[in-house]
Ligand binder design. Structure first.
Ligand code: 5AD
Ligand code: SF4
Length: 465
């Protein structure tokens, strides 16, 4: 796939910088949504810092406010409208520039609503993120609203500056878009078709991160195990042409000691990926494997393309082939037509697999998706009751599972001081459990062994070995 030339945008960054040379300008950014969106925000921050803006955590102090939006569930939508109400006052009082970007801006009915009822200066979408410098420049110079949203399959953008949130762990997007069209999901409509970044660009980014001292990498994509599948079918790829091969190459990068990835799709979890996980020492043995539902009937209507049995067989196969493998998952409760029996199937899969982590979601109707048009929507009350039952099961399992950690030695990457207890350090096990323990500054960024001495639901307490 052709890469987009960003020279023009680099020029616009200089132009805005020139406009901003009289004093220090501040920006505030709010990111809603997933890690892909977080990674996009890091690029927005990278561009802004080039343009002489400094970050503030206080919206009131900002000259420029950016909302990077998500539309995967309704609550993210409500949050944006609340924030747009708040920032309106700032605009009236001191002329704060307001920019709104991200997934929600790819939805026509939302943009219409914003245009009609809210104040803003720039609207940009998922396919125009790299044009933000140009849009911002125009909004400042021409003093008019800029709407820059295009509806395309998507492109590959390389070379944008990036300002990362962390200096030990980093996310690297390996592919964008999604071709699966699960019937509940809005992502394929707002992020376009699947396209993979060239492995050389990915590896270069990771090597640079390793040189800067980063230790852990999370490879991101809506469907990571179809990395390069589309490109391969068009004969557009040479060399590293599969997710398994990419994992093996990343595993060779010196300095990087832990590799995670989200999210794979169970239907595309091929044997070569299982083999790569088991042979690559640095690849975490915690696999995020979105289940969505444990009912074969519901999975069919969701267009997930696997059955309950196929999911469980995949889990068994991985348990056989990958020593110490553990699983985390995403589950939606209350999908249209979900009966009590279907929901019981989901609970049964949760009991069988014994997930380390379950991300639970109440089904949220998304305009434009097939599931939104289904007539057998589950009443809110039932959805909430089922959600609570799933939560109860999960918390019971987690308490039991936490106990298994006591007395074990865990190798953890020390991330920094704990937010809840500033005297304690915090890190994560390979299975992504938070561990807090006593220790000194010099351990931050290192992998160390700790013995787990107690468990506290959302974290474990450890002692240095
Ligand atoms: N309602 C509820 N949850 C959803 N997800 C995606 N779309 C919806 C929806 N319409 C969940 C899925 C996905 C995760 C990122 O968000 O579980 O894996
Ligand atoms: Fe939200 Fe999905 Fe967009 Fe991520 S990709 S920001 S979860 S809508």
């Amino acid at each position: 796939m052709e890469k987009v030339n960003i020279t023009k945008q680099l020029d616009y960054m200089q132009k805005v910088k020139e406009l901003n040379k009289d004093r220090d300008y501040a920006y505030y950014i709010l990111t809603m949504g997933c890690q892909l969106n977080e990674n996009d925000s890091e690029k927005i921050c990278g561009m802004l810092e080039e343009m002489n803006y400094k970050r503030t955590e206080n919206m009131q102090d900002a000259d420029l406010v950016i909302f990077n939006t998500c539309c995967v569930r309704e609550n993210a939508e409500e949050k944006l409208f609340g924030k747009l109400g708040e920032v309106k006052r700032l605009k009236e009082e001191k002329g704060t520039i307001i920019a709104i970007g991200g997934c929600m801006m790819q939805e026509k009915h939302i943009v219409e609503k914003i245009k009609k009822s809210y104040k803003y200066d720039v609207i940009f979408g998922t396919h125009t993120l790299h044009k933000f410098p140009q849009d911002l420049y125009k909004a400042i110079i021409e003093q008019k609203r800029i709407d820059d949203i295009i509806d395309i399959d998507g492109e590959i953008i390389e070379g944008l500056p990036i300002k990362r949130n962390d200096n030990i762990r980093a996310s690297v997007t390996i592919m964008n878009g999604c071709n699966n069209f699960c019937s509940y999901c809005i992502v394929p409509y707002v992020r376009g078709r699947e396209r993979s970044r060239d492995a050389n660009d990915i590896l270069e980014e990771i090597k640079e991160l390793a040189d800067k001292g980063y230790k852990e990498i999370t490879l991101l994509g809506q469907n990571v195990n179809s990395y390069m599948v589309v490109e391969k079918s068009k004969n557009e790829v040479s060399g590293i042409d599969s997710f398994a091969k990419l994992l093996k190459e990343v595993n060779k990068v010196e300095g990087i000691e832990k590799i995670r990835f989200i999210s794979p799709h169970p239907k595309d979890f091929t044997d070569d990926v299982i083999e790569a996980i088991s042979t690559c020492k640095k690849v975490s043995k915690l696999i995020h494997l979105p289940l969505q539902s444990g009912s074969t009937e519901i999975l069919k209507v969701m267009n997930r393309k696997y059955t309950k049995e196929q999911y469980l067989n995949l889990v068994d196969k991985m348990k056989e082939r990958i020593p110490d493998v553990k699983f985390s998952t995403d589950i939606i409760v209350g999908f249209p037509g979900e009966t009590e029996e279907d929901f019981e199937d989901t609970l049964n899969v949760v009991r069988k697999v014994g997930f380390e982590q379950v991300f639970m979601f109440i089904y949220s109707r998304r305009v434009g998706t097939p599931a939104d048009k289904m007539e057998n929507q589950v009443p809110e009350e039932i959805k909430h009751k089922r959600f609570d039952r799933l939560k109860e099961l999960y918390e019971m399992q987690m308490a039991q599972n936490n106990k298994k950690y006591i007395g074990t030695i865990q190798n953890i990457l020390v991330e920094g001081y704990s937010k809840n207890n500033e005297n304690m350090l915090t890190g994560r096990t390979d299975s992504n459990k938070v561990v807090v323990f006593n220790g000194e500054d010099s351990l931050i960024g290192k992998f160390i062994d700790v013995e787990i001495i107690s468990e506290h639901m959302w974290y474990l307490k450890g002692e240095r070995k």
